[in-house]
Design a protein around this ligand. Structure first.
Ligand code: ADP
Length: 771
């Protein structure tokens, strides 16, 4: 199934500064907010400070006015005293009035010039002050020198810190005394600080050392700072200062709220910005991934070699890929929106194309797809294989059909060529007489066999497991007899690579039964001929045999005569008789050996090897040649330098070889002049080889005829058989030797028998056929 997706354009990468802008805006917003808050706060502080200063100054004026008013009242009493208008009783009345109207006044007294109270209200109120020189001295001074004065603050019992104001009563140049009023500092503050100041500020009177003497509310006042302000309080002077401090040092509530709202908003902004950024980043990543995916799909589609086309459910062409356009030779624009019959349907296959297209629209598609023939725009036909499947859009709706198409023209052509080649191969293979089989090396499964193989081994199927069993135990490279079929096979086996690169056995078995029978027949024939040749040779040596036998028989006869003479002479010595009898039996054995040798020579026999002396071998042959040599007046030259050399050979066979060569040499010289009739027999060793040479002075052998000599039945003689040299060579080669012929210097020919000097068996007798 295929899903259609829309392509997207390349996504622009957002600039870095664009990402930084919201952060920057937020930072600016925060900075402005904080600056604004600080500005408001400073303004507020400044305003408060101004109010503080204003309040302190106002309060200072108010207190001074009150103190001045008390002094005025004392002054009034002093004037009345001078005029004589005041008596002690009037003094008490006026003092009581003043203290009632001014509660901060603790006591009022009239003192003499020594500071002793003349009148005091309440009574004895001045007594404690007598003990305090710092207070009493200014009072005495005021009364003595007649000036208004005040005292430093002192502790008045039961009323805290207080100061005393004095005003002298002066008559002319004489001072009558002084009126004193003791004023409570706490009382001053309690009575003359208005509510609107007391609500917002703490007010107090401090001395030079900064100690709080009186305060409202009663708390020590801190040293001067940005939130406090003080001024000198005079009277009474003495370094006393009026100090005020602002109560509300923190921000007002609304400012706090504003601050927190601002902070909260900033945090919210920051969080929403972070969330937004993360979301954007995720979205951007997703979009990029999608774009990559789309580009990848597009690249895949563009590089596809299979043609792809999609139709809607009614068969209208929706999409064709570049490979499809290349195949049919039309542009995509020519095909999109098209309906059947399509321009790439060949006229002769229109019906088939229409049927297949209808099947596609019905959703039918066989496993192997559809095979049909289209035409290119140029008119050229091409074969395609087509597979279809439903087209499902992004929402999972079935919107049409999509088909992929492969150009199989070349493939088809190749397949046909391959098929033809395979058929030719099978025809050739089946035409072979040899049985051919290919088997799996691992399990012996027959992978391929030809007709000859199946016929030979009665196989019905061309292959199958373990069908090559007949050849499994055959000796590769040798001949093999099938006991079931009674046939001989020449079997070759080779390991080779099979089409799937596995290792297989290639067995080729050629039926050699016919050839083998022919060879057997030929061998039997040759054996018969050889036997005949021996019989003929026997006739030739019959006279030699007679001559040979003559000697031992004559010797036996003469020894037996001698024995008889010895017996008749009656002077018989047993040792003489023993010696003669030994000689007789020795000669008899010799005669017997000659006869046995002839018999063996004639008989057909198996080769029989033993250690034999070269000298003995030559003796036997030359004794057999005595008769022909004599008959034809041939001289014998013997050069025997290797008589003691030993061979491991079949002595009789080698005697036959030498006899044949010598006989041929004699016969070659028969026609020649008498003086040249000379047979040379020579033996010599050459390294590990023994050479036995038979040379004559006959006509020699033309170089063209050299090879012919050894062929069977080649003869130039009227009664010859032409088998002699052939048998000689067979025997010599049977002993791993060589038989060669060459022209002899001075005329004639030279036959050389070369044999290896071995005294041990060098091969198995039974492996070879008898000659
Ligand atoms: P055969 O003696 O029955 O002819 P051989 O095989 O012994 O058969 O010899 C084959 C032929 O080789 C002879 O017919 C003869 O022509 C030639 N031949 C053999 N030995 C000699 C030789 N020593 N000199 C010349 N020719 C020879």
């Amino acid at each position: 199934m295929v899903r259609l997706m829309k392509r997207t354009s390349n996504l622009p990468r957002p600039a870095r500064w664009l990402w930084a802008m919201p952060n920057l805006a937020l930072i600016c917003f925060l900075a402005v907010g904080v600056a604004l808050l600080l500005f408001i706060r400073n303004n507020e502080r400044q305003r408060q400070h101004d109010e503080l200063v204003e309040a302190v100054l106002w309060q200072d004026r108010a207190l001074r006015a009150e103190l001045t008013a008390r002094q005025k009242q004392l002054e009034g009493m002093a004037h009345d005293l001078v005029r004589g208008d005041i008596s002690e009783g009037a003094f008490y009345g006026r003092a009581a009035d003043i203290m009632t109207s001014s509660p901060e006044v603790l006591a009022i007294a009239y003192t003499n010039e020594f500071g002793d109270a003349v009148w005091s209200y309440p009574a004895q109120s001045m007594a404690p002050l007598q003990m305090v020189p710092a207070v009493i001295e200014p009072l005495q001074r005021s009364a003595r020198i007649g000036i208004a004065s005040s005292t430093p603050p002192f502790d008045f019992p039961g009323a805290g810190q207080a100061v005393a104001l004095s005003f002298p009563a002066v008559q002319g140049n004489r001072t009558l005394g002084a009126f004193v009023a003791i004023v409570s500092l706490k009382g001053l503050l309690r009575n003359y600080v208005p509510w609107w100041i007391a609500k917002r500020f703490q007010l107090g009177i401090v001395n030079l050392d900064g100690d709080t003497l009186a305060a409202r509310p009663e708390q020590p006042l801190p040293d001067a700072g940005p939130l406090s302000y003080d001024v000198a309080l005079d009277p009474p002077g003495y370094g006393l200062r009026l100090r005020a401090r602002i109560f509300l040092t923190g921000w007002p509530l609304w400012q706090h709220a504003l601050y927190w709202v601002l902070a909260g908003l900033s945090a919210l902004m920051l969080w929403s910005l972070w969330v937004l950024k993360r979301h954007m980043r995720e979205r951007l990543t997703a979009e990029r991934a999608m774009l990559r995916e789309m580009n990848m799909r597009q690249a895949l589609e563009d590089s596809l070699v299979s043609g792809v086309f999609a139709t809607d459910r009614e068969g209208r062409t929706l999409h064709v890929n570049p490979a499809f356009c290349r195949m049919v030779g039309f542009e995509a624009e020519e095909l999109l929106g098209g309906t059947p019959p399509f321009p790439y349907w060949a006229p002769e296959t229109t019906n088939q194309c229409a049927q297949i297209f209808a099947a596609i629209l019905r959703g039918e598609c066989p496993m192997n797809g559809f095979s049909l023939r289209y035409q290119r725009k140029s008119g050229e036909r091409f074969d395609v294989r087509l597979y279809s499947s439903p087209l499902i859009d992004g929402e999972g709706r079935h919107t049409g059909w999509v088909a992929s198409m492969t150009d199989v023209t070349e493939l088809k052509r190749e397949r046909e060529a391959l098929k033809a080649s395979h058929e030719r191969f099978v025809a050739v293979l089946n035409g072979l007489d040899a049985a051919v089989a290919v088997t799996d090396r691992r399990n012996g499964e027959l992978l391929l066999s030809n007709r000859a193989f199946r016929e030979a081994f009665r196989l019905t199927a061309p292959d199958g497991p373990l069908c090559a069993l007949p050849l499994r135990h055959a000796d590769p490279g040798g001949e093999w007899f099938d006991p079931v079929l009674g046939r001989w096979y020449q079997h070759h086996r080779r390991e080779t690579l099979w089409v799937d690169q596995s290792r297989v056995w290639l067995d080729i078995a050629t039926d050699v039964s016919e050839r083998k029978q022919a060879a057997d027949r030929e061998r039997q024939q040759t054996e018969k001929l050889q036997q005949t040749a021996r019989l003929i040779a026997m006739g030739e040596i019959a006279s030699s045999l007679a001559h040979e036998l003559n000697q031992p028989l004559a010797a036996i006869s003469s020894y037996s005569t001698a024995c008889r003479n010895l017996v008749a002479s009656r002077q018989l010595r047993p040792e003489e008789l023993d010696g003669a009898l030994d000689k007789i039996s020795e000669q008899a054995r010799r005669a017997g050996a000659i006869i046995r040798g002839i018999r063996e020579f004639v008989q057909k026999r198996e080769p029989k090897r033993s250690v034999c002396r070269v000298g003995d071998l030559l003796d036997t042959v030359l004794s057999l040649l005595a008769a022909p040599l004599n008959r034809h007046f041939v001289r014998l030259v013997e050069i025997r330098v290797a008589d003691d050399t030993e061979l491991f050979a079949d002595r009789v066979m080698l005697e036959q070889v030498l006899f044949n060569l010598c006989k041929n040499a004699i016969e070659a010289m028969v026609e020649g002049p008498q003086e040249r009739c000379e047979l040379t027999v020579e033996t010599r060793t050459r390294g590990d080889w023994l050479d036995m040479i038979v040379a004559d002075r006959g006509p020699g052998i033309a170089s063209d005829d050299v090879e012919k000599l050894f062929r069977p039945f080649y003869t130039t003689k009227a009664e010859g058989m032409g088998m002699g040299l052939n048998i000689c060579r067979t025997i010599v080669e049977h002993h791993q030797g060589r038989l060669a012929v060459e022209a002899r210097e001075g005329g004639g020919s030279r036959f050389v028998v070369s044999l290896p000097l071995a005294t041990q068996p060098i091969f198995k007798e039974t492996e070879h056929h008898a000659v």
